[in-house]
Design a protein around this ligand. Structure first.
Ligand code: UDX
Length: 458
């Protein structure tokens, strides 16, 4: 790991910031990146975390880590993510309040300016208010899908959530270019919980002192304009976070570096990188269709088969008989990859992704055209933007047959359509590069965030 060098650090400002990341990979990464960025701007950083999926302090020797109990039973499953998040937002209230009060007493010489918490930790607004500490919210996803969540009450009233299968292809006229099948559903034991959770997330974000996004103006201009109209609080678009500084690893799983040597031996732009992030799960049948689609595409591929990727298989799913023989040296499989390095590698020419926001942004930053296979929640909205608005990927449209997969891989990796998509994403990549440089939109937004935080009374 390359760590932060002194040259990356501005003069110290004598203030501390408390971060409280949501303990999932796609949320930990951007929050710790943001903490690094603000550390480099002179703030001291305290990370409050719970035991579940706790970050590794050794990768951040310049931060102070403060552990609080989460009150969870040991065997609580994360399979029902909405239920899990609901539990966390109940069980963590008291430990968080106690921890925060103690920190406020201890950090006298470097006063605490504010807390920065994940939007999903909605309970933290009430706690922050009760001790009169400003709370700034980090929303780790995109702005466009946030609008869709904000529109849940309207979409519900219009009956979209009850739409019959025959209507799934229809457009949602209130939110172009979304189709009914792109609605960000998340399976949970009580569907009402999803609506309650979304309402809470919206209300407490609106009640906060500001909203930070890991996105950039040039990418989401229209959505940003709309957000400023509906959320009359300070809004900061600082993304892409991971492009400011050298990476510090916040990976919860060990990244298998051997795939980089394998990539070194492949031709430029020839490899399809396949990964569905840290949470998405597929059925056994889908797994087999993906395997055979990859095999018959004749394209080199690097596939992340994470433990738990296949529903109800705790460990690795066995590959189908004959698959490895058919693929030979053309395919490489790992349990977890150093994704940013893989995407930046010259051999990587395509990214078959679930369109989690971090993966999507990382793909844009490296100019890698995508195949979109969203699984749940925001991913469905992001995938529609990737294919229909930014035109930087091909949507699989929720069907996973091997024939369709083979055809889509060929379209992206070997045909003129793929080349056009590559050119479009490369021009977006250029914008992503420029916005974090001096004078760029995100760079300026970061400067105003720093000024804003320094304006808080301590
Ligand atoms: C979750 C949600 O699924 C997503 O929709 C939401 O936007 C954020 O939270 P996740 O599914 O994990 O995230 O996807 P994503 O947002 O793409 O984050 C995954 C992170 O893990 C990325 O930063 C990626 O670089 C990293 N990763 C992924 C690895 O380091 N190695 C891998 O093999 C795969």
């Amino acid at each position: 790991m390359e760590s932060l060098r002194e040259s990356h650090i501005h003069h110290r400002v004598g203030r501390s910031l408390i971060f409280f990341p949501l303990p999932f990979q796609g949320h930990i990464n951007p929050m710790l990146q943001l903490a690094n960025i603000l550390y480099s701007r002179g703030f001291s950083i305290i990370i409050i975390h719970i035991h579940f999926n706790s970050p590794n302090p050794q990768n951040y020797p310049h931060f102070t880590f403060y552990s609080i109990p989460d009150g969870l039973e040991h065997d609580v499953s994360t399979a029902d993510i909405i239920y899990f998040v609901k539990l966390l937002n109940i069980e963590c209230v008291e430990p968080f309040r106690d921890g925060l009060s103690r920190l406020l007493l201890d950090f006298k010489e470097e006063p605490i300016s504010c807390i920065i918490t994940d939007a999903v930790w909605h309970f933290t607004q009430v706690v922050a208010d009760s001790i009169k500490l400003p709370r700034i919210v980090l929303r780790t996803s995109d702005i466009s899908s946030f609008h869709v969540f904000a529109a849940f009450p309207l979409l519900r009233e219009k009956g979209y959530f009850r739409a019959k299968d025959s209507k799934l292809e229809e457009s949602i006229i209130e939110i172009p270019p979304l189709k009914v099948k792109d609605l960000p559903d998340v399976k949970t034991q009580d569907p009402e919980d999803l609506h309650r959770y979304v309402a809470k997330l919206m209300d407490e974000s609106k009640a906060s002192s500001g909203l930070i996004w890991n996105s950039f103006e040039e990418l989401e201009q229209d959505s940003l304009t709309r957000l400023c109209q509906h959320f009359p609080i300070p809004i900061f678009t600082l993304g892409p976070f991971h492009k400011y500084l050298p990476a510090s690893s916040s990976s919860l799983l060990t990244q298998d570096q051997s795939c980089i040597s394998w990539l070194d031996a492949q031709a430029p732009n020839s490899v399809l990188y396949v990964s569905f992030g840290s949470l998405a799960a597929i059925t056994k049948n889908e797994f087999l269709e993906i395997a055979w689609g990859l095999a018959s595409s004749n394209q080199p591929f690097l596939w992340v088969v994470r433990p738990g990727l296949v529903q109800s298989s705790g460990c690795l799913e066995p590959l189908p008989n004959g698959f490895l023989e058919m693929v030979g040296e053309r395919g490489y499989i790992v349990k977890w990859a150093p994704q940013q390095e893989v995407l930046a590698h010259p051999a990587t020419g395509g990214f078959w992704t679930h369109n989690g926001w971090n993966s999507t942004l990382e793909g844009i930053c490296e100019g890698v055209p995508m195949i979109c296979q969203p699984s749940f929640g925001d991913q469905k909205v992001i995938a529609r933007y990737v294919s229909d608005v930014w035109k930087i990927g091909i949507h699989l449209d929720y069907t996973l047959g091997r024939g369709k997969i083979e055809r889509t891989i060929k379209r992206l990796m070997a045909e003129a359509e793929g080349q056009r998509i590559r050119e479009t994403i490369m021009s977006l990549q250029e914008k992503a590069k420029l916005c974090v440089r001096q004078g760029g939109s995100s760079y300026r937004s970061l400067a105003s965030l720093v000024d804003y935080i320094l304006s808080f009374k301590t």
